[in-house]
Ligand binder design. Sequence first.
Ligand code: SF4
Length: 390
Amino acid sequence: MTAPITQDLLTIPRKLPETGLRNIVGLTRDELRDALIEAGTPEKQAKMRVGQIWQWVYHWGVRDFALMTNLAKDYRAQLAQHFEIALPEIVTRQVSADGTRKYLLKIAGGHEVETVYIPEETRGTLCISSQVGCTLTCSFCHTGTQKLVRNLTAGEIVGQVMVARDDLGEWPQPGAPKDETRLVSNVVLMGMGEPLYNFDNVRNAMKVVMDGEGISLSRRRITLSTSGIVPEIAKTAEEIGCLLAVSFHATTDETRDKLVPVNKKWNIETLLGALREYPRLSNSERITFEYVMLDGVNDSDADARRLVKLIQGIPAKINLIPFNEWPGAPYKRSSWERIESFADIVHKAGYASPIRTPRGEDIMAACGQLKSATERGRKSKAEIAAETGA
Ligand code: SF4
């Protein structure tokens, strides 16, 4: 029997940026400084004001300039005339039987994105989106059946982290003892969209999230997952410094062309070349190869052996993902025995090969299942099958 799920229609009033005010969420420190000067803050004070406002917004989670008590009253009023602190609006929040939370968030223009929080015993991972829809039609991915609507702004990307912290009650309380355990301890850019096709906004957002005087997540707690946009890969290490995951999923170009069509542009050999050159590559910062297990498509022992041969020499971990089905999906999940046999070959070759436990399946929050409910341009099952040859 399916365990019960709860769904709240939240009515927390949150302003969408339709006020004509400039949203400060997602601005880098330099951008905030420039914006404050433009709004009348004397240049000499601007750096200090950035520090003060930054702490209120990103450390304490304050959303109202009037509460920023270390700023003069007049200055607070001046800020409120020019700026706002606005987050995406929660439309629905579903809580899975296993505690996974899926948020459907409304952003400017009425678009919607999904964010998923996956709690674990001593930590929690937030899977965030970088685009509304996606240009890359990976055939196993539900999001890939939704056309790209637009890139998210840096504010909308940071906003997903802040919304989750709000919902989990994770902002520190003044005077309360410091608690080192964090509910949102890790962030993965594995939700809707290809983050490397929205690089500047993703980079700026992650700079805000990593800033030590705010949300303060270490770069090693952030993982960016790409389908393999080769020209942008090195920039991820240089400009963000986070960990890298690659949606690999196949061991021949023929199969990968079908599963991850961007492979036609940058094939396996080109992609692996870029990964071998990844500037931060080391044993402590291994690349995660994501590998979705599709029955009869990419899950044979021969595939497993080819995989370890292909990645030889790359410090790597192979994340095996049992396929999460969605309505109209042209694939089936590999059997448990098959997945274990595959994992065994990879493991014996010296690579960690964890099998990802599907989380939040009952609320369609599992990997590859995200898709906003109101999207347009839905592809039919027949269209997907024609593209994949399935
Ligand atoms: S797997 Fe990622 S890149 Fe591929 S279609 Fe889905 S969201 Fe886009």
